[in-house]
Design a protein around this ligand. Structure first.
Ligand code: SF4
Length: 212
């Protein structure tokens, strides 16, 4: 899977993925793109129209408000519009994140996590899937498998889990590690009844004995 170069699309897709499955997320995303050609149109539309378009993805009332808030914030905060006193003075009309790879990784991550409702996981999705940058999204599957394998500290807050995951991921291996941990969590290392007898990692897993 190669980086696709569409950071706003990745951002909105990640918002749509909350509290639903991949299929419903994709249906909601496609309906949104069919109804609105440009992200500016999504930003400026009556919120009820956005809500209607993404309804198959669930909690559409919350997600539609969040999507528009994010798009407005991006328009108001292009990187060159930040004054020394920290205030933003963007035009409110331009809508682009194409500049993200041109700033440092920390600046890009800080910018994204300052957007409304955007946390480390969503920021990592944008940085990794859109641009192949050094970040690894830690979701519920990745964190569970990582903790059981002893790679991540059990009970650590998600912010720290992202830092730990980054520290143990060699540059260039981010996508592979994320996808493999995610797949392993979905297929084998289930939350309630992990299939340890079938698990290829059982011999190296310190949690193996917990699940007879
Ligand atoms: S041995 Fe069991 S707990 Fe450990 S990774 Fe495999 S399925 Fe998960």
């Amino acid at each position: 899977m190669k980086p696709h170069g569409h950071p706003i699309a990745e951002l909105i897709l990640t918002v749509l993925s909350q509290s639903t499955n991949d299929r419903n997320r994709d249906v909601a995303y496609l309906r949104l793109r069919r109804r609105f050609e440009l992200w500016e149109q999504v930003r400026d539309a009556p919120v009820a129209e956005v809500e209607e378009a993404i309804r198959p993805g669930g909690i559409s009332k919350v997600k539609s408000v969040r999507i528009q808030a994010i798009l407005r914030a991006i328009s108001e905060r292009p990187p060159e519009a930040r004054a020394d006193d920290g205030r933003w003075s963007g035009s409110g009309t331009e809508l682009s994140l194409d500049w993200l790879p041109e700033v440092s990784l920390e600046q890009a991550r800080d910018y994204l996590t300052a957007l409304p409702g955007v946390g480390r996981k969503t920021a990592a999705c944008v940085l990794l899937f859109a641009y192949g940058l050094h970040d690894v999204p830690v979701d519920t599957h990745v964190s569970r498998v990582g903790m059981r394998l002893g790679l991540l500290r059990s009970g650590a807050p998600f912010e720290q889990l992202h830092d730990q995951m980054l520290a143990l991921t060699p540059p260039g291996q981010e996508l592979e590690l994320h996808v493999n941990l995610l797949r392993h969590g979905r297929r084998t290392c289930h939350a309630r009844s992990p299939e340890c007898r079938e698990c290829a990692l059982a011999r190296m897993c310190p949690s193996r004995r917990l699940f007879p």
